[in-house]
Design a protein around this ligand. Structure first.
Ligand SMILES: Cc1ncc(C[n+]2csc(CCOP(=O)(O)OP(=O)(O)O)c2C)c(N)n1
Ligand SMILES: [Mg+2]
Length: 403
């Protein structure tokens, strides 16, 4: 693939520079004032990088075209396959939770393009710090999908060796992984390596102090890190309007590095923009904020009921922008894939679902006392006390076991 680095060396001030035009009242509180703020934000008309329209039409982009210039029909089919298999795996995990095989599941439905596009932009030596929803990125890193389910089944505390695939363990403490990523990236720079680091986080996480601190450190130390924010419009039941007055990508300007908003349902645009941001990191140009504008089509987790806080119209509008549908339309219109391809993929995805299901059901139960071994390297009297209490509690069931 041809990559034109000249575009990368020009800082994209135009997008971030728009922050100055953002309207908004000062000190807005209460519903009336909040409503004014929302209206003024719409007037800023944020720039959205898009290479594939929802109808699957390829549109030109002077800055980012060069980053996908060498992409072949086979590459496009590969991206489509990644998205189909990720969605199939995700659906299987949701079903497994409903059947009591998992305690909880956080679906990525709707966010496949953001994750596959950015995930496929990475090199093997790059390092990923995910949240708890990055199943598509995990797929790109070669983490066995079945391994993602151990923690959600409650049989382990992670499920994979982070250094095996340069894919850190899932992180539930919102935003904290951006600090880990920034520190790791500072270390990469000190080592003189040209690897890059990518931190995934959500629109809700953008309100966390950890994220603000990460941005400051990454900027000041010029760390080779890409902050990849999937703005899926919701943080559980809180809409993005409750997180920010300005489009999230414009936050980067205040920290002194570029920010860009990409159509998060356009896998090609996500691939191109992430390649550009990673290249900046490798070239010693420091951090970049990528805001992938997308939508969480399902519930926050299997414990959530989105019908309590959002209407169907919104979901229907986003379904028309479905990330897989648009690439399929593009493949078909360009004659890049025939019926046989889609049929084979269907068979492959059913086989993946079966394999994952069988793998989860056969996961051995953990040693009930192992959890006490991983708290302190040298042990601790309080942990000893808790272990003893737990042992007594377990022993209280021994009579019942024989019944
Ligand atoms: C520090 C912290 N505060 C609160 C929570 C509870 N919590 C779990 S997910 C979530 C919302 C996160 O929203 P967002 O960052 O937009 O990510 P998304 O779930 O939409 O992918 C919250 C508040 C948490 N896990 N950690
Ligand atoms: Mg969110």
């Amino acid at each position: 693939m041809t990559v034109d680095s000249s575009a990368a060396r020009k800082p994209r001030r135009s997008a971030a520079g728009k922050a100055g035009t953002t309207g908004g009242t000062t000190g807005a509180t209460g519903t009336g004032r909040a409503a004014r703020t929302t209206r003024s934000r719409k007037n800023t008309d944020p720039e959205l990088v898009q290479l594939l329209t929802p109808e699957g039409k390829r549109v030109k982009n002077a800055t980012y075209d060069s980053y996908v210039a060498g992409i072949t029909p086979e590459d496009l089919r590969g991206l489509y396959r990644d998205m189909v298999l990720t969605r199939r795996f995700d659906a299987e995990a949701t079903a497994l939770q409903r059947q009591g095989e998992l305690g909880l599941w956080a679906s990525l439905l709707g966010q496949e393009a953001a994750q596959i596009g950015s995930g496929r932009a990475l090199r093997d030596d790059d390092y990923v710090f995910p949240t708890y929803r990055e199943h598509g990125v995990a797929w790109c890193r070669g983490v066995d999908p079945a391994n993602l389910l151990g923690m959600f089944r409650g049989v382990n505390n992670g499920g994979w060796d982070p250094n095996g695939n340069n894919f850190h363990l899932y992180t539930i403490v919102i935003g904290s992984q951006t600090l880990h990523a920034t520190g790791y990236a500072m270390g990469v720079a000190k080592d003189g390596a040209d690897s890059a680091v990518i931190a995934y986080f959500g629109d809700g996480a953008s309100s966390q102090g950890d994220v603000a601190e990460s941005f400051t450190f990454a900027a000041v130390y010029n760390a080779p890190v890409v902050f990849f924010c999937q703005n899926n419009q919701w943080a559980i039941s809180e809409p993005t309007e409750k997180q920010t007055r300005v489009p999230l990508y414009q936050r980067a300007q205040g920290y002194g590095f570029p920010g860009v908003r990409v159509d998060g349902n356009d896998v090609l645009a996500c691939l191109a923009v992430t390649r550009w941001a990673l290249e900046r990191a490798r070239n010693g140009e420091g951090p970049t904020l990528v805001e992938a504008f997308t939508y969480r089509m399902g519930a926050h987790t299997t414990s959530d009921d989105p019908s309590r806080y959002r209407g169907d119209e919104e979901r229907l509008a986003w379904e028309a922008k479905d990330p897989m549908l648009r690439l399929r339309r593009h493949l078909e219109a360009a004659n890049h894939a025939d019926e046989g391809f889609f049929e084979e993929l269907e068979t492959e995805s059913e086989a993946l679902g079966r394999r994952v299901r069988e793998a989860v059901r056969s996961m051995p139960d953990p040693d009930r006392f192992a959890i006490f071994e991983n708290v302190y390297a040298d042990g601790h009297s309080l942990v000893d006390e808790e272990r003893a209490g737990f042992a007594a509690y377990q022993a209280s069931f021994s009579d019942a076991e024989g019944v």
